[in-house]
Design a protein around this ligand. Structure first.
Ligand code: RNT
Ligand code: ZN
Length: 418
């Protein structure tokens, strides 16, 4: 039997197995088809961007590894994104950083960025069926230091306020052009390596800066604010902590970004979904994989990611949760890294969508906790993978591990020659 028929056959069996526990597989697939991941452009080039190819990554984040073939310019980044997307079923978004503008050979400082620098991105995205999301960039710049929007120096603070205001205008233009709101993430690394005795002061400054930045109301972009536990070199204090941004988001109706690497390692990000959604308009996710710290390893189908996806489905919150990826591994084929993480995220959502939720909820309502746990355990072994294979087949992307050889081919023909 050829692979296609095998996949079809396994899918038919899966439909029946799932129907027995009250799950409609086709409905799950329809929902999965609608999930757009926001693919972070910075996995292609180790967060380098196009301002200065020799710039050092700063701001508490770090890529490790020097696997050959990293994208060196805008054309290579775009080619790699298209290549990666060709192995990921469905329609997805591309998440850009302000440092990835099409600056030509000109030096454009961060307080000078404007929609024109993203014109070619908007055209490229439209031509290739992507929608764009956006991020202000406060790291890897001579004025980054350890404080940006919370810097007591009025000029430096003003510089970053100006940058972020401009980024919102760029996001607005992207959203308008693509007919879908552009989500703009604001993350700053502001913090301190050692004990600070002015914790309140810097947070007041950050709050004031945010108030200034968000003063303009837009229709085609949405703001999200990203907290972090700590950055490298800023281990003792983070101005934009989780409490800070949760408070700010709840009070000002802003989307809170939950990066799965930005919490204590035993904290459940899944558990935050139902709490945060009650007080903020939406959630933005940065799906990542922290290993001992915010290491930004490639997302895989582990319990953390599965729990997160399940919680979103159990809250019926797909329309209020934006799913972005955020990791940067420079130690393996970067396109492979994209594809693994994206497909893993989708697999988690598929399993979440296939959960026998009505039966589980019925057990829970009746206090039948043995039955609930038993069904939770048994459902882990249901043939979700047959459904996944079918989903890939129908989306004309490689089924199973077939993408490995495809990526090897691209490596041989393209990235290894860089
Ligand atoms: C850093 C944050 C942030 C960045 C990107 C590059 O810890 O997670 O989202 O990874 O903006
Ligand atoms: Zn992040």
């Amino acid at each position: 039997m050829n692979k296609e028929s095998l996949v079809e056959k396994a899918y038919q069996i899966a439909i029946e197995r799932y129907a027995a526990v009250g799950v409609d597989v086709e409905k799950a697939l329809q929902a999965l088809q609608k999930i757009s991941l926001s693919l972070h452009c910075w996995q292609t080039d180790d967060v380098t961007g196009f301002e200065d190819p020799n710039a050092q990554l700063s701001g508490g984040i770090q890529t490790t590894g020097n696997y050959p073939g990293k994208a060196r310019n805008i054309d290579e980044v775009r080619a790699d994104l298209i290549e990666a997307a060709s192995f990921i079923p469905g329609n997805h978004r591309i998440n850009l950083h302000a440092s990835y503008g099409d600056f030509g050979n000109k030096k454009v400082d961060r307080n000078e960025v404007e929609p024109a620098h993203f014109e070619s991105w908007m055209q490229w995205a439209a031509e290739n069926g992507f929608k764009l999301d956006f991020n202000s960039t406060s790291f890897s710049h001579p004025k980054s230091g350890s404080l940006t929007l919370a810097n007591p120096d009025k000029d430096i603070r003003g510089f970053w306020i100006e940058h972020t205001i401009r980024c919102r205008a760029i996001a607005e233009e992207m959203g308008k052009r693509q007919g879908s709101p552009c989500i703009m993430n604001l993350w700053v690394h502001d913090g301190s390596k050692d004990i600070t005795v002015n914790r309140l002061y810097y947070r007041q400054l950050l709050k004031e800066s945010l108030d200034t930045i968000f003063a303009t109301e837009y229709k085609n972009m949405k703001d999200c604010i990203e907290a972090k536990l700590f950055g490298i070199g800023a281990e003792s204090y983070t101005v934009g902590s989780y409490d800070f941004y949760l408070g700010y988001g709840a009070k000002n109706n802003k989307i809170v970004t939950l990066d799965t690497g930005h919490f204590h390692l035993t904290e459940s990000i899944a558990d935050k979904i139902s709490a945060v959604l009650l007080f903020t308009p939406e959630i933005m996710l940065h799906v990542s994989r922290p290993i001992r710290w915010d290491s930004d390893h490639v997302t895989i189908m582990n319990d953390d990611t599965l729990d997160l996806a399940k919680e979103i489905i159990r809250c019926d919150a797909l329309d209020r949760v934006n799913i972005g990826l955020d990791y940067f591994d420079a130690s393996i084929n970067r396109i492979g890294a994209y594809v693994i993480g994206s497909r893993a995220t989708q697999k988690c959502f598929l399993q979440a969508l296939l959960e026998p939720l009505s039966a589980l909820r019925e057990y829970e309502k009746n206090g039948q906790f043995f039955e609930r746990l038993a069904l939770l355990e048994e459902s882990k072994g249901l043939p979700w993978n047959a459904v996944w294979d079918y989903f890939c087949l129908k989306n004309n992307v490689p089924v199973g591990e077939e993408f490995i050889t495809e990526i090897q081919k691209y490596e041989k023909e393209v990235t290894s020659k860089r």
